[in-house]
Unconditional design. Structure first.
Length: 540
């Protein structure tokens, strides 16, 4: 149920963008035939009804999935609205308010989503009940109606003419109506039937029933009902002269006040903004060709831009970052047979831009130097989960020539000397930078853990490592026949290798611990050990 609600919520948000566009277009389309805006509302309905849509680079929808499918299960709940400012404002709040509490088995976001989903179902059921009851109550009131001719009926219980029924629609009129008024009323109601409005309006209300929680869709339904009435007026008076349009307007005014039938199912003659409808009737002019062509263009543009989803944005990777990564892997390339995978993680400490002169051509070449802390690891997957074959962690300086097309060509890869000359060589190479950058380069432990965690993530993803199985074994070793006198911290300190591995698995360890605590599968000392490791990784 929650998944269905979140899917509909995403569809509702995407549809709202189209609704706002149609509302804005109503102003420049004020003099266009009103059937144009009815068509636009029909496109909105299609957008809201169908759960799928094609992708297009022309789409103006910021995001087709503002709320991710796994939203309620995310460690750090976040939305993707397609608008950076909105994301920057909302996501910290969502993360702070709804992040799962590892000490609690209840996830507040899942509870809230469930409650909201139940409220949505109740609201939908009430609106459906109201629609059905309104229809049958009105139908029961019309049992005493008398047929005039064809599908035209009269009843003493009718105050304002309307159409009722979807399969065999009937026109209901009040008694004591003059033949002159009847002529205009019947013309209007027949226009409704001819335009299939007796289908359009109930379908529109059903859509509103599903999306009752969205104010934009309420606005769309109200405007749709108004536009339907105006479009029918235009259809009815299309071939009328000025005097007939005046008489039609007087008939509108006579039914424009007093008691109205329920506005959900029937199509009543006196519905809508009567003053505006009268004004439109009196000023009606047949649309010219260019206006019809413009209307078709507008409808097509709206369909292309708002009925399609935006193409998934390909993350733009910084060309320099790619060049640095490739240079590191090439420099530390390990051709040994036992090496199945090689990865790197680097932290850029500083960048220096400059230029040099090409000795052969005399041309000036733009240069870039990247000062970084580099971690490299080579692994074999022969033994589960993997075996570390080689590793290094040290500062490096990568020098590049920058081509006119923005690409980077490595010209030098510098690493510090070993032994006693290590510190002096680093300080000498980093001399052009502020002293604190050299201090960072000398502190080989500052980024060590985070870089190894990054490498582990790459190793896991590349090798398809079953992290739950690995982490479970590590905890089994830690908790194997523990001395009951030892505290949780003492137990951790007694297993430094296993503890270090759990830290290196980082997010995988966090996910494992949270799932165990949430499912109440651990307790006592083991639970406390897990909570201490979780606190170390997350700061919670």
């Amino acid at each position: 149920m929650e998944a269905v609600f979140l899917k509909l919520l995403n569809m509702s948000i995407a549809g709202s963008w189209m609704i706002f566009a149609v509302i804005l277009l109503r102003f420049p389309l004020k003099k266009a035939p009103r059937w144009v805006t009815c068509v636009l509302w029909g496109l909105v309905g299609i957008r809201l009804i169908f759960p799928f849509s094609i992708e297009s680079i022309l789409s103006l929808i910021p995001s087709a999935q503002t709320i991710p499918e796994n939203f309620v299960h995310m460690e750090q709940p976040a939305i993707s609205s397609g608008i950076d400012v909105v994301n920057q404002i909302m996501n910290p709040v969502l993360s702070r308010q709804f992040a799962p509490d590892p000490a609690s088995s209840a996830d507040p976001l899942q509870i809230i989503t469930y409650i909201v989903s139940v409220i949505w179902l109740i609201g939908m059921a009430l609106m459906l009940l109201y629609m059905v009851c309104s229809f049958f109550i009105l139908k029961a009131r019309m049992r005493t109606a008398v047929r005039v001719r064809g599908n035209i009926w009269q009843s003493e219980r009718v105050r304002s003419p309307f159409v009722l029924g979807m399969i065999r629609p009937r026109i209901y009129l009040p008694f004591h109506m003059s033949s002159a008024k009847m002529k205009y009323v019947i013309a209007h109601e027949k226009a409704h039937i001819r335009r299939h409005d007796h289908w359009t309006k109930p379908i529109g209300f059903l859509v509103l029933t599903v999306y009752w929680f969205n104010p934009a869709i309420w606005a769309a339904y109200i405007l749709l009902c108004r536009d339907i009435e105006v479009a029918c007026d235009e259809s009815a008076v299309r071939n009328m002269g000025v005097d007939e349009r005046k008489s039609y307007s007087m008939t509108l005014l006579s039914f424009g006040s007093g008691h109205h039938t329920p506005a959900i199912c029937p199509l009543a003659f006196g519905e809508g903004n009567i003053r505006q409808r009268v004004k439109n009737v009196l000023n009606y002019k047949k649309p010219v060709l260019w206006m019809l062509i413009a209307a078709v263009i507008v409808c097509t543009a709206v369909a292309v831009c708002f009925m399609t989803n935006p193409k998934e944005k390909i993350q733009k990777v910084d060309a320099l970052e790619v060049a640095v990564k490739e240079a590191i892997l090439e420099y530390w390339k390990d051709d040994r047979e036992e090496v199945d995978f090689q990865c790197e993680s680097h932290v850029t400490l500083a960048e220096l831009s400059g230029e040099r002169t090409n000795d052969k051509t005399g041309k000036t070449i733009e240069t870039k130097e990247v000062y970084a802390m580099v971690c490299e690891q080579s692994v074999s997957y022969d033994e589960e989960p993997f075996t570390l074959v080689g590793a290094s962690s040290m500062p490096a300086v990568l020098s590049f020539d920058v081509a006119s097309d923005g690409s980077y060509k490595l010209t030098d890869y510098w690493v510090p000397q070993d032994g006693d000359y290590n510190e002096s060589s680093i300080r000498e190479r980093f001399a052009a930078l502020p002293p604190e950058v050299a201090e960072e380069a000398l502190d080989t432990q500052k980024y060590a853990v985070s870089q190894i965690q990054d490498c582990y993530m790459q190793i896991v993803e590349h090798g398809g490592v079953d992290t739950d199985r690995v982490i479970e074994k590590l905890f089994d070793v830690i908790m194997a026949s523990p001395d009951e006198t030892l505290s949780p911290q003492d137990i951790i300190q007694a297993h430094p290798v296993e503890y270090r591995e759990l830290i290196f698995y980082n997010d995988y360890t966090v996910q494992y611990i949270r799932s165990k605590i949430k499912e109440d599968k651990v307790s006592g000392t083991e639970a406390e050990v897990m909570r201490r490791i979780l606190a170390e990784l997350t700061g919670e």
